[in-house]
Design a protein around this ligand. Structure first.
Ligand code: MIG
Length: 753
């Protein structure tokens, strides 16, 4: 073995500059387990839009020469750099974790390869045959499972598929052949037989993730601009990887309690009367509901931050009327500002030069709902501040949350050309660079504005986003359809969003476009009752989708599912509370907690809510018996307490009335009284359902609205149970808020039911 030709220079305490005389690369030791690899290609831009704080832990590491290679050694990993600057990451005992593929790119052969053009709606294209600016290839052993990547189409495990990160409005059928949707989360978790790891490619340009599809020999990341900039995230388990990724990009903050309630939306509620009917429908039919969403219909000619007073009455009136009945309001806001002299948003934006530009310096125009429109340049701080200040207009009228749509950005007259000038903070950049963070910046401005205007925890929902958006916004998965294929896809989408740091997410329940059916509605609301964002939404032109528009049986099933959700609100809230520090999502694929059990690796039709509940909704038309896999341990039917031994498949009765749910041994599940809406009555009593086994459960309680909790105004309880259930204990481990009047334990599954 020769000697290394590599030279290194320790630039800062964490950053090594390594050169082989020809090329230079950088290794940045963020923590023992998180290593950043940076090679300048086009911009030499080290800044991040996903990671906002300095995350370096300044850990000690060693650099040694080993034959021809240089080795960087942290407490957890050895990073070998060879003279061609290829990276090989090994664990401390020398086991291979992930290593650059240095062979030739060998695409799998196919009969023809004409590069079929994907014609997409609104002129957006998710595919690009151009040569990438650079690629990163990682060698595959063959047993890799791939998770994450946000809410891409298809199944939980992405092995064998290629996806494109280019935020895309895609209103056609979203089958697994569709490569790009609304969000770009360039993060993948890889599970092998021997280890697991994550790769986060923090680059906002168009990029492609190819998971053993181009070639079985390597994973490929192809990127169309910017720099080679990615993070290796190590750990022993998948939860370590999720925590590592959210350590970098941030966790989902605790939401207001009402946001966990059931919500009704519809494109086409065209006047105050329509809204009042919905409110009445819910109360008359005894179906809990907290929020009514106002789609684009409420605006005056689709001008953002205006109100159609002809159809909805005096400004703000409708919001206060429904507030009296216990409903909160969420209003949609799109980014496009109507080109309309005399309209304050247009005039102000023009006066202060807040819109994006053509290369000749004129303001760029395209069309969206209001017709010819211009686009706020959200990459500029002053534009975000302006947009933030406008949230006040909605808040003053009594609006409680803001729904950001069309922020890919979508545009009706063809996609915005790549060279259009968009700012990236204080630098002029291009649409090509900033497209994927446009929605992120819009949601961030919205969050900031609501927080300033109300002092409450902002409720923002967005369609487009990027890594790190979870700090500011919840998401929904965009325009699904009332198809069985789409209720099936909802589970992997929500699970992979969760693994990608986005815990607060939901799908349009019942399906957005196309007409739903009674059966699909029932199954979707049963699943939706366990989605963090629980919203029934549908498109203009479809049949009505509110529960009372169906048969009595369907409405009864709907009511039952919603009531189950309302009883479980404290469990969901607790998951958000713990998720703030762990980064772990509310909805989880089984593989997250049972990664050594191969039966979980491709499980697409079950999920966990936290660690204690396993939900197995029926997602096939006509099915009334559900095949359920229960992993190791003892499990209990959530409703009856019937015991099941884990590590097996079961056929479980699941008539239309039934969504199978199981509790893990030792589970202690907090429940509240079912109310018509959060805040109708004080939650003075908590009931804990205690299942057999040794259990411990931490429960969090606060006012559910603002930031008083940061001043210590909250309670933290520890509940424990002994194996035979004879002893249950309560300890108050933090006291700072009004305590429950009553704490009741309900034993279930002890044969005492
Ligand atoms: O071009 O505002 O995904 O939820 O109802 C359609 C109307 C625009 C797309 C959103 C959908 C919303 C609809 N919007």
């Amino acid at each position: 073995m020769g000697e290394t030709i590599l030279k290194y220079n320790r630039l800062y305490d964490t950053v090594l500059e390594i050169t082989n005389g020809r090329d230079t690369t950088y290794i940045d030791v963020i923590t023992d387990r998180i290593i950043r690899f940076f090679t300048p290609v086009e911009d030499n831009d080290w800044t991040s839009r996903a990671i906002e704080e300095d995350k370096h832990k300044h850990v000690a590491f060693e650099i040694v020469a080993e034959g021809e290679r240089l080795v960087v050694i942290t407490a957890c990993y050895k990073i070998y750099v060879s003279d061609d600057l290829a990276i090989d990451i090994r664990d401390m005992s020398g086991g291979s974790v992930v290593c650059d593929y240095t062979g030739k790119r060998t695409k799998q052969k196919r009969i023809t390869d004409n590069g079929l053009a994907l014609l997409e709606a609104e002129g957006h294209s998710g595919s690009q045959e151009e040569k990438p600016a650079f690629s990163v290839l990682k060698k595959l052993d063959g047993d890799e499972k791939f998770y994450g990547l946000g809410d891409k189409t298809g199944y939980l495990n992405k092995a064998g598929y290629e996806f494109v990160n280019w935020n895309t409005d895609y209103p056609q059928v979203q089958a697994e052949s569709v490569k790009a949707l609304y969000k770009s989360i360039p993060f993948v978790l890889v599970l092998k037989n021997t280890c697991c790891y994550g790769l986060f490619f923090d680059n906002t340009y168009r990029n492609i993730f190819n998971m053993a599809q181009e070639s079985r020999d390597y994973f490929a990341y192809h990127c169309y601009g910017g720099d080679k900039n990615y993070y290796f995230i190590g750990g022993n388990t998948l939860p370590d990887i999720v925590s590592g990724y959210t350590y970098l990009t941030g966790t989902t903050p605790l939401p207001q309690l009402f946001t966990l309630g059931h919500q009704q939306s519809r494109w086409g509620y065209s006047c105050a009367q329509d809204i009042l009917e919905v409110a009445k429908g819910y109360r008359d039919n005894d179906i809990p509901c907290d929020v009514i969403h106002f789609d684009i219909d409420y605006m005056d000619g689709y001008r953002v931050f205006t109100f159609d007073e002809n159809s909805y009455g005096k400004r703000g009136q409708i919001f206060s009327t429904i507030k009296e009945q216990g409903f909160k309001s969420v209003c949609i806001i799109d980014p496009g500002v109507k080109k309309d002299t005399g309209y304050f948003m247009y005039d102000e934006g023009m006066a202060f030069d807040y819109f994006t530009h053509n290369t000749d310096g004129t303001v760029y125009e395209n069309a969206v709902w209001p017709g010819d429109s211009v686009f706020p340049d959200f990459g500029k701080k002053e534009v975000r501040d302006w947009w933030a200040s406008k949230q006040q207009i909605l808040m003053e009228c009594g609006v409680d949350g803001v729904w950001n749509d069309m922020n890919e950005p979508a545009s009706f007259k063809g996609e915005i050309p790549p060279e259009i000038i968009f700012y990236d903070e204080d630098k002029a950049a291009t649409h090509a660079k900033v497209h994927n963070i446009y929605g992120h910046n819009m949601a961030r401005a919205t969050y900031q504005g609501i927080k300033e205007a109300t002092g409450k925890r902002p409720f923002v929902i967005t369609r487009a986003c990027y890594s790190g958006s979870q700090k500011y916004t919840t998401v929904w998965t965009g325009d699904n359809m009332s198809l069985w294929a789409h209720i099936q896809m909802a589970i992997p989408q929500l699970c992979n969003l969760g693994l990608s740091g986005i815990s607060f997410a939901g799908t349009d329940i019942g399906g957005f476009s196309h007409d739903t059916t009674e059966e699909l509605m029932c199954r979707w609301v049963q699943l939706g009752a366990f989605s963090p964002l629980f919203r029934n939404h549908s498109a203009l032109g479809c049949i009505y989708q509110e529960p009372w528009r169906f048969s009595k049986r369907t409405m009864d099933i709907y009511r039952e599912a919603v009531k189950l959700r309302y009883s479980l609100i404290p469990y969901f809230y607790d998951l958000f509370y713990t998720g703030q520090s762990t980064g772990l999502p509310v909805i989880r694929p089984l593989v997250l907690h049972y990664q050594n059990d191969v039966n979980t690796h491709n499980l697409n039709d079950e999920f966990m809510v936290g660690e204690n509940l396993l939900v197995a909704p029926v997602v096939n038309q006509g099915e009334t018996v559900k095949k359920v896999y229960l992993p190791a341990g003892n499990w209990y039917d959530f409703y009856t307490g019937k015991e099941y031994e884990g590590g097996k498949y079961y056929l479980v009765d699941a008539p239309l009335e039934m969504c199978p749910v199981f509790a893990k041994e030792g589970a202690i599940i907090p429940t509240y009284e079912v109310v018509n809406y959060v805040g109708e009555k004080a939650y003075d009593t908590i009931r804990l359902i205690v299942f057999p086994g040794q259990g411990e459960y931490i429960h969090y309680q606060d006012n559910g609205t603002d930031y008083a909790c940061e001043q210590g105004e909250y309670n933290l309880y520890r509940f424990t149970s002994e194996k035979n259930g004879s002893e249950v204990k309560t300890e108050l481990i933090h006291e700072g808020y009004e305590k429950y009047g009553e704490i009741i334990f309900l034993l279930r599954g002890y044969g005492l039911v």
